[in-house]
Design a protein around this ligand. Structure first.
Ligand code: SDX
Length: 428
């Protein structure tokens, strides 16, 4: 006997099916509710509403669990590489050695941009935000890959679009940075792996060899792995919504980049560093800022704190916090804002306001400190987040497409004027 939920409406009782996921999560299936009861459910921000079933990422906000295709991120961050996690998320299994090597070669072969794309970089005014550029440049890939526009593309054509996007993203991102500092673009090298190649294109110089620090490459692999997917967050829900209309992969990911840009989502990592710098400039005391964050009349929020799902620690923040110390020590760097961040975290975690609301540091709280230690400019932090999240967006877009889910089209409760007649402008 399958489990059901009973709902009583206007004296009548309706039975609705309950579905259970592989981790025993429960959902009431309301797909027949409106037809049977003329009622919909309303859940602003979808805090209690599932939009889909997915086999890609599992997280448990109460227990601080995050797994990609069943593998705990603690193990992947410690033992895997970002490109291997890219394959795992998109194709569902850890690749055998020969499959991974072939995937790596396919990515390397597709890492160049069409030379005409350089004209787009020339068109951006100096100071154009890197996320705005990234959004445009990813969408522009459709101009050079007409097969990506086919709604009923074959699986080979879909794989081609996927490989091209994975391969070209590091080049697109590094050239955004090079363009912003007026330095010549550096082309992908066939002698470097995915992350080392990205660092070389970003920080390398055409005038002299750039020594790639293995500590930095290891740290960036870890950061990108930790950002790779996070089930139905704002930007991933966006990629599924846009993809549900039959829109192509590049346009769907471009929309997700726009969603990630928001300061309440991926833009928070840039906001965190700017907040810490403000606190540093203000003398470094944290109590005043903790109190500002609690003051309902003050728009200030403790950026990098709180999470829609994690009502306990964000496991990614725990790993990144430790990596912060490791990277700064190994690179022989000292960053005063790390010390401020630790004091801020300590103060908040002992304050009733944050404890009662279960507000803990999230992935963005420490990631900016590592990104800065690796040499990335603050306005590039969210672009690095997008580079990391790309395989998750692709995997979710592909899963949505393969599951043949209907176009996303939520309902609403109308609260505007009831019917009224037009009045000529002379009589208004
Ligand atoms: C990411 O969803 C994901 O998975 C996202 C992400 C991913 O990997 O894709 O994990 C990445 O986006 C992490 C979040 C980055 N954003 C920030 O750090 C911005 C600061 N955090 C908040 O704005 C907020 O916590 C959110 C947006 C993250 C979550 O907001 P919710 O779930 O809508 O919670 P809420 O705004 O309703 O807050 C509940 C209460 C409120 O107080 P009361 O009305 O109950 O009195 O907590 C308060 C809020 O005012 N609150 C905060 C706070 N976050 C929530 N108060 C001060 N500072 C904060 N940061």
């Amino acid at each position: 006997m399958s489990e059901t939920a009973s709902i009583k409406l206007q004296g009548e009782i309706y039975e609705l099916p309950v579905i259970t996921g592989t981790e025993n999560e429960k959902a009431i299936d309301i797909s027949t509710l409106r037809d049977r009861t003329s009622h919909i459910v309303l859940d602003s921000g979808y805090k209690n509403t599932g939009s889909t079933k997915s086999a890609i990422t599992f997280l448990d906000g109460e227990k601080g669990i995050l797994r990609y295709r069943g593998y705990p991120i603690e193990q992947l961050a410690e033992k895997s590489t970002f490109l291997e996690v890219v394959y795992l998320l998109i194709y569902g299994e850890l690749p055998k050695k020969d499959v991974l090597e072939k995937f790596n070669v396919q990515v390397q072969k597709n890492s160049l941009l069409h030379e005409d794309m350089k004209k787009f970089y020339d068109g951006f005014p100096h100071g154009a935000h890197p996320m705005g550029q990234l959004c445009s440049l990813v969408s522009s890939l459709t101009a050079f890959a007409p097969e990506s526009l086919k709604m009923h593309a074959s699986s080979e054509e879909v794989d081609s679009s996927i490989i091209k996007l994975i391969a070209k993203m590091p080049t697109i991102v590094s050239w955004i940075y090079k363009g912003s500092i007026g330095e010549p673009f550096i082309y992908p090298s066939k002698n470097l792996d995915y992350v080392a190649n990205f660092m070389n294109m970003t920080f390398g110089q055409v005038t002299h060899d750039f020594e790639i620090d293995p500590v930095a490459v290891d740290a960036l692999n870890k950061i990108l792995i930790l950002h790779a997917d996070h089930e139905q967050n704002c930007s991933t829900s966006t990629v599924r919504t846009v993809g549900s209309s039959g829109s192509n992969l590049y346009a769907s990911v471009s929309a997700a980049i726009s969603a990630l840009w928001g300061p309440l989502h991926g833009g928070a990592n840039q906001e965190v560093i700017e907040m810490l710098e403000t606190i540093k400039a203000d003398g470094g005391g944290v109590e005043k800022w903790v109190n500002k964050a609690k003051d309902k009349d003050d728009p200030f929020r403790l950026m990098g704190f709180g999470h829609r799902v994690y009502r306990n620690f964000d496991p990614r923040a725990q790993i990144i916090k430790k990596a912060c110390h490791d990277v700064l020590n190994k690179l022989g760097l000292d960053d005063e804002v790390l010390e401020i961040a630790i004091r801020l975290e300590e103060a908040a975690l002992h304050d009733d306001y944050f404890v009662e609301r279960k507000l803990y540091p999230n992935v963005d709280f420490y990631s900016g400190i590592i990104s800065r230690a690796l040499g990335f400019r603050t306005d590039l932090f969210t672009v690095i987040f997008a580079l990391g999240r790309l395989p998750g967006w692709i995997a979710q877009w592909k899963e949505q497409r393969e599951s043949k889910e209907p176009i996303s089209r939520p309902r609403q409760i109308y609260t505007g004027y009831t019917t009224r007649d037009y009045i000529d402008v002379e009589n208004r």
